[in-house]
Structures are given as structure tokens and as C-alpha cells.
Design a protein around this ligand. Sequence first.
Ligand code: ADE
Ligand code: ZN
Length: 326
Amino acid sequence: ERLPELLRRMPKAELHIHIEGSLEPELIFEMARRNRVALPYASVEELRRAYAFTNLQSFLDIYYAGASVLITERDFHDMAWAYLQKARADNVLHAEIFFDPQTHTARGVAMETVLNGLHQACVRAQADLGLSASLILCFLRHLSEAEAFETLEAALPLRDKFIGVGLDSSEVGHPPEKFARVFARCRELGLHLVAHAGEEGPPAYVWTALDLLKVERIDHGVQSTKDAQLMRRLAQDRIPLTVCPLSNLKLCVFPALGQHNLRELLDAGLVATVNSDDPAYFGGYLNDNFTQTFAATGLSAQQAWQLAANSFEASFIGADAKRRYR
Ligand code: ADE
Ligand code: ZN
């Protein structure tokens, strides 16, 4: 079997996907029309041409603007359902999906509208596609600790609709320690904990995400290879990294896919996984990330199976379900 076919047909879990980053330009324009939201772009083509990023912030500015068309429960459902169907086509059997409630509540959209719409799509995915999907609420790290606490309070009446919390948005200048008390509270509540760290930011942010936030996984974490002691810690404690190769390429974290450090992470014995991050913005869903990265770096079939196994090990599905995927 050719490697690209293996990569496509392997059962896999996706653990790093921002649902707002799955909103395709066509859907942005459709929702803008039906919700009468004005867009600063005249056409789908003009919007797509703006997708030329130089770093994380240049992407985030456009990503938050795109999310402004999401108003109703149906919008949130339709966005997630479109992603889940694409994920199923990539043979994703389980997805843990980030959402950014503050991007919506700041515009007057209710937390309930966001969570109910997304959750309905997850229920439908299990029923219609046999794909299990759960939600992870992300705090925006460029906003304050107080705003994160308010967001948590607003979400707690819907506690049964999400499994954990994460930390995303502008990394440099917003270290994990800013949210130590919020994460401590989430831990008491029994929520799973993850955080973006070491995407653009230094290895020090990965250390504090682990030691102060006590996260179970690191999102991105690719800067960890700069710190040998950190690499040993990640390997020894089997802390998974949710790596997003096409994202790293499009946000200029690496100059070319062939220079990505995924092989180095695997060779060091880390539980690395491959994910799409914001597929509508970065030019590909999960299988595109696998096929393009393998073509550029020359990783092997054995490493493909390792990455697929890692994705289930790193997931928050129960121990019984994990055994079924081994
Ligand atoms: N929000 C959406 N995608 C993100 C990324 N790659 N890093 C930080 N915040 C994000
Ligand atoms: Zn991300």
C-alpha cells in the first residue's frame, strides 16, 4: 500500500481543532447574508486572498473577524456539523474540539447559544457518523484573568456539555501563570486541562503550563526541542503534544514543512500527534496535514501508525475505549 493511502485510511483522533477555524469562506458569506452582518470583504475570493499570514497575530486578527458572522444556535451547529463531516471523511473516529466563547459573548451572543449549537452537532455526529466528539472551552489569553473567571461562571450551568478547558490566542506576553487560579478552579471542578504553549512562545511557557496550570497535554509545544531538560520531562511523563504542521507552516513557525521538527519529537520518544488547528485558514484538514507532512519530511509507515496510536492515547476517551483502539 502506498503511504498516502495508509495515512488517509488509518483510524485517528483529532485533538487540536478550533471550531471557529473550520469556518470556510463560503459559510462565512452565507451566514453574513442570513444574519445581515457586514463584512469588510466583497467576495469569497477577496477574503481568501487575505489569508496570507506572517505570524500568529496576523492570523488571529482575520480569524476573529470571520467569527463575527456566528449569531444563532443554528450557525454554531452548522459550522461544527460541516467540520465533523469532513473529519469523518478523513477517518477521524474521535474529535476533541476547541471553542472560544469569549469571541462570541463579547458580541452579545449568549453562552447557551454557543454551547447548545456546538453540542447538538456533536450528538448528531455520534448518531449519524459514529464519530465521538467532545468540546473543550478555551480562555482567550490576551484577555484578563477576571474575564476568564466570568466565562467559566457563565459556562458552569452547561457543565455537562464540555469536558475540559484550554488556553489560546496571542501567546507571547501572556504566559500561562496569568491563568493559574482559573485553572486551579477548573481542576477542582474535575475538568480536563490543556493549554497552547511553545507555539511561538519559549520553552519556559511549556514548563509553567505543566507545573503551574497542571495541564494534561500541551497544544503545539514545538519550541520544546530548544530545551533538552524539558524534552526529557515530556517524554518521561508521557505528556502529549498536539502538533499542527500546516498551521506552523502558514504562521511561519517553520520556514518549510521539510524543516518541521515532528521527526525530532518522535525520535525523542514524545507522544506527538498530528492535528489541523484551523483547517479553513491553513489550507487543509487532518489528512492534508498527514500527507503533506509525510511527503515533505520522509516519515515512514511505522511512524504513521505511531502517530495514530498516539492520538488515541493522548485523547480523553475512557480507558476501555482506548483499549479498543490499540
Ligand atoms: N486560536 C486559533 N488558532 C490558534 C493558534 N494556532 N494559536 C493560538 N490561538 C489560536
Ligand atoms: Zn490552536
